[in-house]
Design a protein around this ligand. Structure first.
Ligand SMILES: NC(=O)c1ccc[n+]([C@@H]2O[C@H](COP(=O)([O-])OP(=O)(O)OC[C@H]3O[C@@H](n4cnc5c(N)ncnc54)[C@H](OP(=O)(O)O)[C@@H]3O)[C@@H](O)[C@H]2O)c1
Length: 375
């Protein structure tokens, strides 16, 4: 902009007017992009490095837990209509410039009736998309630290099975889904082996507490491999990482915090109320009492969003990104949901709003998290 002003031959008033008019055109253009919630390529850079790895990821990713799942999501049934909606969610995300997808070997476990494996679905969506364009998709998947999986060899072996389901020769991020019952040293060595074999670009963990993070970081560091990420439950209705030292240690060691359930499994949209609770297992977690208790927070989130022409979901995701070093991965079941997420990028809540929302959120009693965080 300074260049435009210097090179303009007219008076300073004209320069000023031109500045204002150019700014206004840009703001209008940006607002229309925001309203559409898409085409991130035309606004400021929307990628960051994952921890100290070389991997660039979008500032927001998409969670694929619900794709094919019949244990927690989808009212215990999966069908072609839901599959098409998930496929549309995938394509809408990529169209909007969001290319990071998070899945896991246990999502859509074949143990549950009618389920389809989430990795297989994601692999199929990627393959179909590749026939249309060459957009690079960044895949993050996870190793299930099941009690009978002992030692480092189990990590590379499980990763190879994941790669088969995904139809890929390598993935971008491989994460330990939760800490092992018998210890983690073997699994961490296995992550390092996966990097050295060229099967994965970056490695991370999930549901790791502060001490486990420090241990994993130090163990990988001896091999010159950065621990890139820790994926934990983090949202305006679940701020445990701020209180249990996990966010602080991620910032200290340069580990990206990947925030799961970042829209409180749909609650932060405001669509669930004490009169209209979510169906399935979510109804037990976000019960009438919780949904009554969370109302003042939801009202304030909505009000703030209104000032920006943004939805509550977009505010909730923007609030997480505003913490710095946080990549939220909301789950999208439909194209519309994915498009809405894209509108969380390209603008910023003020520091005062970020602070005020934290204060309002601190009055809400958090829901029960994953117990391993506290062990
Ligand atoms: N590492 C771990 O242990 C762990 C644990 C949990 C999740 N994760 C990861 O994190 C991802 C996201 O977490 P999550 O799926 O638990 O929760 P979430 O992202 O907070 O919520 C996702 C749900 O919110 C609803 N929703 C989505 N967009 C919406 C919109 N625009 N308006 C209204 N409702 C909307 C949808 O369900 P409805 O439409 O049915 O309401 C959707 O399935 C998962 O997919 C998974 O990849 C990891």
């Amino acid at each position: 902009m300074a260049l435009v002003l210097r090179s303009h031959p007219c008076s300073s008033l004209a320069k000023h007017e031109e500045f204002n008019s150019l700014t206004s055109i840009r703001v209008k253009r940006r607002n229309s992009i925001r309203a559409a919630g898409s085409d991130l390529s035309t606004i400021e850079k929307q990628t960051i490095k994952l921890g100290a790895s070389e991997l660039e990821v979008t500032k927001l990713g998409i969670g694929a837990w619900s794709w094919g799942d019949t244990t927690f999501w989808n009212d215990f049934s999966w069908d072609d209509r839901k599959m098409k909606a998930a496929n549309a969610a995938f394509n809408a995300s990529v169209d909007a410039g969001i290319t990071l997808f998070d899945t896991a070997e246990v999502y859509g476990s074949k143990l549950s009736f009618g389920a389809e494996n989430s990795e297989s679905l994601l692999g199929r969506f990627i393959k179909e998309r590749k026939q249309r364009d060459s957009t690079e998709i960044v895949v993050a998947t996870k190793f299930a630290a099941l009690p009978w999986r002992l030692g480092r060899g189990s990590v590379v072996s499980a990763l190879k099975d994941s790669l088969n389901r995904l139809g890929l020769s390598s993935v971008d991020v491989y994460q330990l889904h939760w800490p092992g019952v018998w210890g983690n040293e073997g699994y961490i060595d296995g992550l390092g082996d996966a990097v050295e074999k060229g099967l994965v670009k970056a490695v991370g963990v999930s549901n790791y507490n502060e001490q486990r993070l420090r241990n994993a970081y130090a163990q990988l560091q001896k091999r010159g491999i950065p621990l890139a990420s820790n994926q934990v439950n983090y949202s305006l209705i679940y701020r445990a990482p701020e209180e249990n030292g996990v966010k602080a240690v991620c910032d200290e060691l340069g580990i990206t915090l990947i925030a799961y359930s970042p829209i409180g499994q749909g609650v932060l949209s405001g669509k669930y109320t004490p009169e209209n609770p979510p169906s399935g297992p979510r109804g037990q977690i976000y019960n009438k009492e919780f949904l009554t208790n969370v109302k003042p927070l939801l009202e304030r989130v909505k009000e703030i969003g209104g000032n920006y022409g943004k939805t509550s979901i977009q505010v909730a995701l923007n609030w997480l990104i505003a913490q710095g070093n946080v990549v939220p991965i909301p789950g999208a079941k439909t194209a519309e949901q994915a498009q809405e997420f894209a509108g969380a990028l390209g603008w910023t809540l003020t520091e005062e709003e970020v602070k005020e929302l934290r204060e309002t959120a601190s009055k809400v009693r958090p829901v029960q998290g994953f117990p391993v965080e506290r062990l």
